[in-house]
Design a protein around this ligand. Structure first.
Ligand code: ARG
Length: 466
């Protein structure tokens, strides 16, 4: 490989009288991070070479030499024996130069009717297409972890909150299934984004297209793309698909972060709603009693980083004139870091959930205090024909009385309740209990046991949980 370095020079060196400054090479290289697209770069080059041969732009023997050489290079990178050279800037030129060193003149024909501008667009698109599948699988695993917990604790009642104040009793399963919905939307978003990633860019030959007789549709078929891009200038300049995927990743991470915040709160002494398994917590170096929820804290913390990647790329693209500008090289570190972060967060979340135990007695106890069935009394009065606004006022007075006497709603007698509204009868006590309240919320998407059971079955079926 050292030979390669000595012989190489720059692939674009013809018009230069001086060697590139070492500081410039160090500043402009991307091989230290874009090497990870090598499989996709090679896959794209093989498809391109096949097309060139089919179109008579290279011979079949040259094509075979190129394919053979590229396969060997892939093998060398796979097994770690390939040496990447920063002076060759990026993955595209490292591979092309190695190919030419290996097979000679045929290697120099590979870049016919192609530029690194469309090559890099192809590589990222191929790379992200694979990552889309990984994300979908990881999201499904997280959905399964939530659904399994929702099944295991079915029937358990907890306070539902607004403004972090106890609001109305709900089933814990209902709360957990809310996350299944969120991650379901994330899967849809990623899959929708894939429609715009799955477009074949190769063949713009820098920006204007080419006069050489290429066949872009053939390359698209070789690489399993349903369509080719429509405008060569847009193709080279476009990073919308990457911004869009970063938005998808940010949303996933924010969903994980909201869940994490709940786990942090719920595992505190104040709540004690959940116990995270010892293997998934860490201790304090000074306070022997501590068991800290570091995993959810880090997931929450990393949402800054993923959001940062999105904002960084948005700002990089802002104000860029058409078409390619080197600024666009800044896309990859953001994309890779956000992908790594989100994937790691998703897989640890699935484990974390499976290794957490909900303290359902504690949750049930927390539904006492806070007059959580107040809305149910108002609804009861509405059923007795009282206008809702009026009912709201009546129940407000009932709550005020309870507060003054420091008692809960079910502790009032029928006679006391009837002083507030003559519509109130003995059946009021059915809605005063948290169980009665939960069971009454049978509206579509509501927390009643029947509805949550349906939602659970739907989720289990969709996720293929037996
Ligand atoms: N490493 C470059 C990037 O990531 C590849 C394209 C370079 N194109 C160029 N004309 N310098 O964007």
């Amino acid at each position: 490989m050292a030979d390669r370095k000595k012989r190489s020079g720059k692939l674009w060196g013809g018009r230069f009288a001086e060697e590139t400054a070492a500081s410039v090479e160090a500043f402009t290289e991307s091989i230290s991070y874009d090497w990870r697209m090598y499989r996709h770069d090679i896959m794209g080059s093989i498809a391109h070479a096949r097309m060139l041969a089919k179109q008579g732009l290279i011979t079949e023997a040259e094509r075979d030499a190129i394919v053979q050489g590229l396969s060997e290079i892939k093998q060398e990178i796979d097994d770690g024996s390939f040496v990447f050279l920063p002076e060759l800037e990026d993955i595209h030129m490292n591979i092309e130069q190695a190919l030419t060193d290996k097979i000679g003149a045929a290697g120099e024909k590979l870049h016919t009717a192609r530029s690194r501008n469309d090559q890099v667009a192809l590589d990222i698109r191929l790379y992200l297409r694979d990552e889309g599948l990984v994300l979908d699988r990881l999201l499904a695993e997280v959905q399964k972890a939530f659904t399994r917990q929702a099944r295991a604790c079915f029937g358990a009642i907890m306070p539902g909150y607004t403004h972090m104040q106890r609001a109305q009793p709900v089933l814990l399963s209902h709360h957990l299934l809310a996350y299944v919905e969120m991650f379901g939307r994330d899967r849809e978003r990623v899959s929708d984004c894939m429609k715009r990633i799955n477009i074949m860019p190769l063949g713009t030959a820098a920006l204007a297209g080419t006069g050489l007789p290429i066949d872009r549709d053939f390359v698209a078929r070789e690489l399993d793309f349903p369509v080719v891009s429509a405008n060569s200038m847009d193709t080279t300049a476009d990073r919308d698909f990457a911004m869009e995927l970063l938005f998808c990743l940010t949303t996933i991470q924010l969903h994980l972060s909201r869940m994490s915040e709940e786990l942090v709160l719920w595992s505190s002494k104040e709540f004690e709603f959940v116990q995270i398994g010892d293997r998934y917590c860490t201790g304090s170096s000074i306070m022997p009693q501590k068991k800290n929820p570091d995993i959810p804290e880090l997931i929450r913390g990393k949402s800054g980083r993923v959001t940062g990647a999105l904002v960084a790329l948005l700002m990089t693209v802002k104000g860029l004139p058409l078409t390619y500008n080197r600024d666009l090289q800044e896309d990859k570190e953001q994309i890779f870091d956000a992908l790594d972060t989100v994937k790691a967060s998703l897989s640890i979340t699935a484990e974390l959930l499976a290794n957490s135990r909900f303290n359902t007695d504690r949750m049930r106890d927390a539904t006492y205090g806070g007059f959580m069935t107040a809305t149910d009394i108002a609804d009861y009065l509405v059923r007795k024909n009282m206008p809702f606004r009026h009912a709201h006022g009546v129940v407000g007075k009932i709550v005020a009385l309870c507060q003054k006497r420091d008692i809960e709603l079910p502790e009032l007698t029928l006679a006391e309740l009837q002083q507030f509204a003559e519509e109130i009868e003995a059946d009021i006590f059915d809605v005063l209990s948290v169980e009665g309240s939960v069971d009454s919320r049978t509206s579509t998407g509501g927390t009643a046991g029947v509805r949550v059971q349906e939602a659970l079955e739907r989720a289990e079926q969709q996720l293929g949980i037996a």
